[in-house]
Design a binder for this molecule. Sequence first.
Ligand code: ST9
Ligand code: ZN
Ligand code: ZN
Length: 331
Amino acid sequence: LRKQSAANGEENQKQSVTKKEDQEVDENDLSTSTAPDTKAYQMTIVWPNVIKFAILHLIYFYSFFCLTSVSYQTLWFTFACYVYGGLGITAGAHRLWTHRSYKARLPLRIFLAIGNCLAMENSIYIWSRDHRVHHKYSETDADPHNAKRGFFFAHIGWLLVRKHPDVINKGGKLDMSDLKNEKLVMFQDKYYIPMALSICIFIPTLIPWYFWGESLWLSYVMAVFRYCSILNATWLVNSAAHMWGGHPYDVNISPAENRFVSFFSQGEGFHNYHHTFPHDYSTSEWRYSLNFTTLFIDMMAWCGQAYDRRSISREVVEARMARTGSGAIKH
Ligand code: ST9
Ligand code: ZN
Ligand code: ZN
């Protein structure tokens, strides 16, 4: 049945390609559109990135053997940085800046912009531009980490090669004016490299050494451990959660409900829901279940820092499930 529905979905998608080909893009609408795939392009490997990520992941592999040698303070510190850096992506770049699924006051935005540097996954502006084009043209050549090109490409491969021209062409048509008009976002973009290197690597290496006498080498290795852990947790959303899991909301799209990914990504693995309802600040209908980010945003709302949280009503979710969902038990 799934296969049949997927086939119907493909058919519908093909039809909508024909319809939408010549239309202007509605820049504010992040519901999935379809871009006609262009001719074959020459894939160019970016060797400095290959070398950088190879070295990082060698240190990452080594860091697992150091986990039993570091002090418990360093372990707690590493965990706290994982959660904070993760929020800089989930509550910050993703739910606030890309999707505008809630609003935040300046102190919270500063907190999240710093957390975003701690995660070092490109500036908020670049991250959001890539993610908006990912939603709009999901799983076409215009999707930066098009999962149709396989697990490796969707996970890390897309960061090792030049982008497909469709990403740049279609991405260039998106409306980014909200971010361009936000001084904090443009400030972070302008000074991104020195700020991210300091906040992600240098300062977290110095803190355990200075405050509780951890060796500089082990402090550094644990900073890399935390950095690579956040990277891989994020990349799993693009790879695993685009391949494995249920489709209770829409069988016509690949993004799936993946609880394993939600666990490591602080609530971002409910990807069938998220691609169906991208403006829901919770990215799932399960509130705090495997979703620390929603708890965090609600706590921020409670103390007045977050407001105007957008969510999808139960009736709309159920109607959509009945229309396009798999009919499977949801969770
Ligand atoms: C990283 C990002 O890891 C991870 C993002 C993952 C997103 C996942 C989302 C899932 C949901 C949320 C889950 C959260 C889970 C969190 C868990 C936490 C516990 N539109 O890029 P360039 C134009 S980064 C429009 O150099 P190349 C633009 O003019 C890791 N235009 O393309 C641009 O110039 P500028 C650390 C676009 O040369 C120009 O093209 N970062 C767009 O093909 C050149 O752009 C790195 O290692 C667009 N979308 O190079 C850096 N894109 O920017 C890695 C581009 O000045 N990146 N343009 O406006 C690179 O080295 C390069 O980007 C490249 C491509 C080699 C990959
Ligand atoms: Zn996705
Ligand atoms: Zn999203």
